[in-house]
Design a protein. Structure first.
Length: 491
């Protein structure tokens, strides 16, 4: 895990999206609280008081006057709910250090639990909630605040009963296919012979509403079994998109969109249209179990897991929708919404906290998805065993978005037989290596210049540069306009 502050490394640090310095010579700066909110609502970070930046981005101490009073003012303010909505710090999170005959105060802000987000200021949730991006603290839009609020309760948004919708919104062909799959997966299940409305109630797709005592679809039921145009009534931003881009110069060689009108556009049908297209080029070894051939591998299971995770963790109120991309050298799963447990916890596994619990239950009932929180670590293990490069999880904000990239280095899916890029670091994949090698040759390139040179989306480059800086493989010397990149050796 990244060590955010070590006094012994003071002279090596520069500001980034996890570290912020503030002069604080004349008392606590007002911007301190914006940064506290921003760090708490993102990945956490450290705020260092009594420090200022040089023009080249390095730090120097300014000295604090009466640090005891500063500390008292700090704790008084952060525990004042009219100023700060929640204090998520302990005494261990605020420490003083001596540096160059000056005293500095280091405040380590953890990532806030989703149940208490957003962390906001001055009693004004909609206008005084902050987050952190590459440039610093920014004020959240109302849609971002509402997204954090949707993630807070234990009852997830897909459990909502849609009292204004009748039961005939369900596509019965989709429901029949689902019931047949459930029957095949769990033979003689106790729900097997229930009427459709009772069955939908059991699986979480419908529920009796308190308002009128009648059965209505849940949001999960609508998403799973509804028609796309009816789903849009409840989720105006709903959009599903699969793109296969296997040939250079052709925008896509295959595409499936929920809005095309020639199929239902619901999640169930999307899953079973897309999954065969993703795995069609993967080799299946000849393996028998008794007299039956087994056409399944750990890779197939990993892709099923990744696709299910993408769908059940989507915030369907955010724009841009679900996008799955298959290329010669990667499979990319993108969904609106941040990682509820945080990326570090997701990579460790052990905690299952899907954004849409009812949808996860429905997939689990037909044998798809992990409930133990081990899905993503398993994907990493499988990819490591195949030698295809390290998967990458990325988060973006404004609007919230999560991206899982599964590299396919050395596979035979496409023309991917070029000589491998020399490895500079064990935690880097091919794109990371390309960035480092490019910046060794052209250290003054901007992030947009890197994106252009490598033909990669600039937001992807920003996320990779941040990762490389956190790994301390990449440093910035000077300003963003006139500086240069320094590529460091393997740690």
């Amino acid at each position: 895990m990244l060590e955010l502050f070590d006094i012994a490394k003071f002279d090596e640090y520069k500001e980034d999206n996890r570290r912020e310095v503030k002069k604080a010579t004349n008392g606590l700066p007002i911007s301190l609280w914006d940064t506290y909110s921003a760090f708490a609502n993102c990945k956490g970070g450290v705020i260092i008081l009594g420090v200022k930046e040089n023009e080249d981005g390095t730090w120097y101490t300014t000295g604090l006057k009466n640090e005891r009073k500063l500390l008292k003012d700090f704790w008084d303010t952060i525990n004042n709910v009219t100023k700060v909505s929640h204090c998520i710090l302990t005494e261990e999170d605020v420490k003083t250090y001596s540096k160059d005959e000056d005293v500095i105060i280091v405040v380590t802000v953890p990532k806030a639990d989703r149940e208490i987000k957003p962390i906001f200021l001055d009693g004004d949730m909609m206008h005084k909630t902050f987050r952190r991006n590459f440039e610093g603290d920014y004020r959240c839009k109302e849609s971002e605040v509402k997204g954090m609020l949707r993630d807070a309760p234990e009852e997830t948004p897909d459990m909502k009963v849609l009292v204004d919708m009748p039961m005939n919104v369900f596509n019965m062909d989709t429901l029949r296919q689902y019931r047949n799959m459930h029957k095949n997966h769990s033979e003689n299940h106790v729900w097997e012979n229930l009427p459709d409305d009772e069955y939908l109630d059991r699986i979480g797709a419908a529920r009796i509403a308190r308002e009128d005592g009648k059965m209505h679809p849940t949001a999960a039921g609508l998403l799973m079994f509804g028609e796309e145009y009816k789903i849009l009534y409840e989720f105006p931003e709903y959009f599903l998109d699969f793109r296969e881009e296997m040939n250079v110069g052709i925008r896509w060689t295959d595409r499936i969109q929920s809005m095309s009108g020639d199929w239902t556009g619901n999640l169930f049908d999307f899953y079973f249209r897309v999954y065969p297209r993703i795995v069609k080029d993967f080799k299946v070894p000849f393996k028998m179990e008794g007299i039956f051939r087994i056409d399944d591998t750990p890779v197939h299971k990993a892709i099923r897991e990744a696709l299910a995770n993408c769908l059940v963790n989507t915030d369907f109120f955010f724009p841009r929708g679900v996008v799955i991309k298959k290329t010669e050298d990667s499979i990319v799963f993108e969904n609106p919404g941040s990682v509820r447990t945080g990326i570090n916890q997701m990579l460790k596994g052990g905690i299952s906290d899907p954004r849409n619990k009812a949808l996860m239950k429905m997939f689990n009932l037909i044998g798809i998805g992990e409930r133990a929180g081990s899905g993503v670590p398993n994907i990493y293990d499988i990819w490591n065993n195949e030698g295809w490069g390290v998967p990458i999880v990325e988060e973006e904000y404004d609007p919230d978005r999560t991206r899982l990239i599964l590299p396919l280095l050395g596979t035979t899916l496409g023309v991917n037989n070029t000589q491998a890029t020399p490895k500079l670091h064990s935690n880097c994949d091919e794109l990371d290596e390309k960035i480092l090698l490019l910046l060794k040759e052209q250290p003054t390139l901007s992030q947009s210049g890197i994106a252009t040179a490598l033909n990669v989306n600039v937001n992807n480059i920003k996320a990779r540069v941040l990762k490389l800086k956190e790994l301390e493989l990449l440093m910035r010397e000077g300003t963003s306009q006139k500086g240069r990149w320094i590529v460091r050796n393997d740690k």
